[in-house]
Design a protein around this ligand. Structure first.
Ligand code: NAD
Length: 358
């Protein structure tokens, strides 16, 4: 039997580590290609959570020469493409960096496959809810659906957080148009299009998973640009009141990493043809304020407070319909926000206790 191998770009990150043990069980060889971004990896040590059987190649996916080294070592049967710059707010001030890694990096990888005549059976991309931007809203009078697009600077300055006379609707890859509002979202959408086009031309299967807000054990506790749930936990653990942006009523679908890892593995295992893209979340959204209150209670911290700040590029609400995903994959989310937070808290407590000891 020929060797079955898997390359995971960004494989030493939060999601990469969470799927690493499953991949080692499924493939003869698993290679993580990761430049160990200093914003994500506080130390340059190999992450403890990366399964032992994974070979880590510390290389940059935007560098064609790096791919020569990777492909000389392994010809992938399957690729899981995770490497990315992931800061939504940061992407507005560092658009070049985000575009270079996310878009050019994807293209450099695909060009390297083309140069070497490598056509993986499947290429799975972790895309993001950010591709929908503000998504579809329904008018209260008349009920028709529209795409208000962007919240203007004026609107935000006045604290008019919602679009007047409309209610947000959950997004669905089946029907919701993509109108990203951040550079990050735009790069994730471009990644999707680049992958679809390449895959159609070369006859490989693209799998695109649009992830909602992923949180849980393993997420970087030192990266200030991503991971609002981890950030809230750190503040509450320090006995501080969590500051809530806007009016604290923005909705998010917080999905535990365990459920996301299970969805990625289910998508790789799927034998039937999958829809073009799939939404991965719990299917239930919580307000940022409710999430903050749950976390404050877990840590016995003061109640959260509305601080009135806001961030350009943030969307008002993000939620998704997961029914099409449930029909397509042998998967369903198992954790609510409450049960997921309990799991996260015990991991953070252990992690920070270790750091404090060291
Ligand atoms: N975590 C979430 O909430 C979430 C939500 C939606 C989509 N996603 C997507 O999932 C993927 C993985 O996210 P994550 O949460 O594991 O992020 P992460 O930051 O923990 O991991 C990304 C990894 O990519 C590596 N990397 C960055 N630039 C690289 C480069 N040029 N070359 C090689 N490696 C590079 C980093 O060192 C890091 O280990 C990303 O594509 C992200 O856009 C994540």
């Amino acid at each position: 039997m020929p060797e079955r191998s898997c390359i995971v770009t960004g494989g030493a990150g939060f999601i990469g580590c969470s799927i690493s043990a499953d991949l080692v069980r499924r493939f003869d060889r698993v290679v993580a290609v990761d430049m160990m971004h200093p914003q994500v990896h506080k130390t340059q040590n190999r992450p403890d959570a990366l399964a032992e059987g994974v070979e880590l190649m510390r290389l940059d996916i935007t560098d064609p020469a790096s791919w020569e080294r990777v492909l000389a070592a392994v010809q992938p049967t399957v690729v899981v493409h995770l490497a990315a710059e992931t800061g939504t707010g940061q992407s507005l001030t560092e658009a070049t960096r985000h575009t270079h890694t996310n878009v050019t990096g994807t293209a450099v990888m695909l060009d390297a496959f083309a140069r070497h005549g490598i056509v993986p059976e499947r290429i799975l991309l972790c895309s993001s809810r950010a591709v929908y931007g503000e998504g579809a809203w329904r008018r209260r009078d008349g009920g028709e659906v529209c795409y208000p697009g962007y919240r203007t600077r004026d609107q935000l300055a006045k604290g008019a957080w919602d679009f007047e006379g409309m209610d947000a609707t959950p997004s669905s890859a089946v029907q919701t148009r993509t109108v990203p509002t951040s550079v990050y979202g735009a790069t994730k959408l471009t990644q999707e299009h680049v992958l679809y086009s390449w895959a159609a031309a070369y006859g490989t299967t693209p799998i695109v998973l649009r992830l909602q807000n992923v949180y849980g054990p393993g997420q970087s506790l030192s990266n200030p640009y991503t991971g609002i749930v981890s950030l809230f936990c750190r503040l509450a653990r320090a006995g501080k009141s969590i500051p809530l942006y806007e009016d604290g009523q923005m909705l998010r679908d917080f999905v535990l990493i365990d459920d996301v890892a299970a969805a990625i593995v289910a998508a790789l295992d799927a034998s039937a043809e999958l829809p073009r893209s799939l939404d991965i979340g719990t299917g239930a959204a919580s307000s940022i304020g409710d999430a903050g209150t749950l976390i404050a209670k877990l840590y016995d911290a003061p109640a959260p407070h509305v601080c009135g700040l806001y961030r350009y590029g943030d969307v008002r609400h993000a939620a998704c319909l997961i029914e099409p995903t449930l029909s397509a994959l042998d998967w369903r989310p198992r954790y609510t926000l409450e049960s997921g937070l309990v799991r996260l808290k015990s991991w953070i407590d252990r992690q920070l206790a270790l750091e404090e000891e060291a």
